[in-house]
Design a protein around this ligand. Structure first.
Ligand code: ZN
Length: 148
């Protein structure tokens, strides 16, 4: 199977079988994100443990397969992670979507699903779809950590 095709299947799998979808009640942090260009919407719910690591994360949303598969992958990628670890993943993801360096997730077994979205950067309009969840996550982290 060609890599493109494999990546398409990973994206489709997350779109059709989203991970961690639903409402998280009670939740400590909530953030809404939208991408009016495409009509993508999502709500992100997070809880943290006493060490500031992600204890639980869920999302609700609607929109295109890129936006919804990206947020599904995101929830898996950040579960159990600390603020610093998450910021590294966000930075790597943004680099992958905007830069020309080797895919930062291709050799990372734990985060390899994220590598599937690299192909989206060939379609600049869709990059906003792929980044929606990550920008929403960054806002959510701000709420939680900027004042503590
Ligand atoms: Zn979209």
């Amino acid at each position: 199977m060609a890599l493109d095709e494999l990546y398409r299947e990973v994206i489709l799998d997350h779109f059709e079988h989203p991970r961690n979808k639903g409402k998280l009640e009670p939740h400590e942090v909530f953030e809404h994100g939208s991408n009016p260009l495409c009509g993508d919407k999502l709500d992100l719910y997070m809880n943290f443990d006493s060490e500031g690591k992600v204890k639980d994360v869920k999302f609700e949303g609607s929109g295109c397969s890129i936006s919804q598969s990206s947020i599904s992958m995101l929830t898996e990628a950040i579960m159990g992670k600390s603020y610093d670890e998450i910021n590294k993943i966000i930075a790597d993801f943004k680099l992958m979507m905007t830069g020309n360096q080797p895919n930062p997730f291709a050799e990372n077994e734990e985060l390899e699903d994220l590598a599937a979205l690299e192909g989206v950067k060939k379609y600049p309009v869709r990059v906003k779809c792929a980044l929606l969840g990550w920008n929403t996550l960054a806002e959510a982290l701000n709420k939680k950590f900027s004042h503590s």
